[in-house]
Design a protein around this ligand. Structure first.
Ligand SMILES: [Zn+2]
Length: 99
């Protein structure tokens, strides 16, 4: 008897979650960080590497040990291996490119 009510409650809870996700997921999709693929690399004026993203924004991919270890960015082969990898473009989130 007790188990049955418990089971029923579980089921109701599932429906509540389904409704919740139906409303919530599109909202999250809109506000989640903008993923942009890396199309190339360039150095800034200080010699720090920046990834060029497909949106046209640049994002630093510093090799700054021990804080940030990105030794792959120091070699051509390493950078090539990261082409197409998606980064969260903070610039896109803040100021979308004008279409
Ligand atoms: Zn961007």
């Amino acid at each position: 008897m007790k188990a049955r009510t418990c089971h029923k409650k579980h089921k109701e809870l599932k429906y509540v979650f389904a409704d919740f996700f139906e409303l919530f997921v599109p909202l999250v999709a809109k506000t989640r960080p903008m993923k942009q693929a890396i199309t190339g690399f360039e150095k800034d004026d200080d010699g720090h590497w920046r990834a060029i993203l497909e949106c046209g924004h640049r994002q630093h991919v510093r090799h700054d040990p021990p804080l940030t270890t990105r030794d792959w960015v120091l070699t051509q082969a390493g950078r090539d291996s990261r082409l197409g990898v998606e980064l969260d473009c903070k610039r896109c989130d803040e100021e979308p490119l004008q279409q």
